[in-house]
Design a protein around this ligand. Structure first.
Ligand code: SF4
Ligand code: SF4
Length: 276
């Protein structure tokens, strides 16, 4: 197969590269395509169906995050069928989940024309799991995108502490066989927290500040530094409240060659010595 070939996107010719996904080609062609479960460093879980497109010759809509490009493909991203399918995905999510900490999701839903009230009445009630000092799980915010499962599994951490348990409306992310995090295999790297798009997994300090109405990103500076715990050279982003000089959160840049946004428990949570 040629390395580069032509495909048709909404009737316009676009270049595609062998081995890339339809989503890659759409993004290069600057076609706005909503995504929820995809993440630049994780295997797509193909769970959300927000990125579906119509492919000529295919009976069903195809998930653009998964399907690889082929020469001569004819795609439609703006057909009524595609737009209705996407809107339905967002309407279900908006109606059933607490999206108060997911502004990017809400923005995508608005762009898709989703009606927040359409399926009102079937809201999830999976509850808050606050069982350790480092991060909180609020599964009422969980959209079952599987990013955390991928990050805890073979894509990043290889710890396999998280899984999906239950079926239908009672399906949800669980640690092990439903035990508390401290009793599970979790090593508290926080990499699941880093990839969660909705705030269902949230660092404890951020969760507490939000609950008290004191979370204010306009007050936080982001200071880049190298983790001092070992010689790997992981890059840290310290989110520091400039008024109190308190570190409120630690993240890592997703485009850094060593960390790709992922850290261990020491880099992400071991900062109390700075405040001692
Ligand atoms: S903190 Fe790390 S080990 Fe624990 S569940 Fe999340 S990704 Fe897995
Ligand atoms: S907890 Fe977050 S990352 Fe995990 S499935 Fe739910 S929304 Fe996705």
């Amino acid at each position: 197969m040629q390395d580069t070939f032509a495909i048709l996107i909404d009737g316009k010719e676009a270049a595609a590269h062998a081995g890339e996904t339809i989503l890659d080609a759409l993004r290069r062609a600057q076609v706005d395509t909503p995504t929820l479960c995809t993440h630049e460093h994780l295997t797509p879980a193909k769970a959300c169906r927000a990125c579906v497109v119509e492919l000529k010759g295919s009976r069903a809509l195809v998930a653009s995050c998964e399907r690889k490009v082929e020469p001569g493909m004819e795609l439609r991203t703006d057909s009524r069928r595609v737009l209705e399918a996407r809107r339905g995905v967002f309407e279900l999510l908006l109606s059933q989940n607490d999206v108060s900490a997911a502004p990017a999701l809400v923005l995508q839903a608005e762009r898709a024309g989703a009606d927040r009230e359409r399926y009102r009445g079937q809201r999830y009630d999976r509850g808050l799991h606050d069982d350790n000092e480092l991060y909180v799980r609020d599964y009422d915010k969980c959209i079952l995108c599987y990013r955390c499962v991928e990050a805890c599994g073979p894509d990043v951490q290889n710890t396999f502490a998280l899984t999906v348990a239950g079926r239908g409306f009672s399906a949800g992310i669980a640690a092990g066989y439903g035990e508390s995090l401290p009793d599970s295999a979790c090593v508290f790297c926080g990499n699941c927290v880093a990839v969660c798009p909705t705030g269902a997994l949230m660092d404890k300090r951020e969760h507490t500040l939000r609950a008290e109405g004191r979370w204010d990103e306009s007050r936080y500076d982001v200071v880049q530094t190298t983790c001092s715990y070992c010689g790997v050279g992981c890059q840290l982003e310290l989110h520091v409240d400039r008024r109190s000089n308190q570190i409120v959160k630690v993240t890592s840049p997703g485009d850094h060659s060593i960390t790709q946004g992922f850290l261990c428990v020491k880099g992400r949570y071991g900062y109390s010595f700075v405040e001692a």
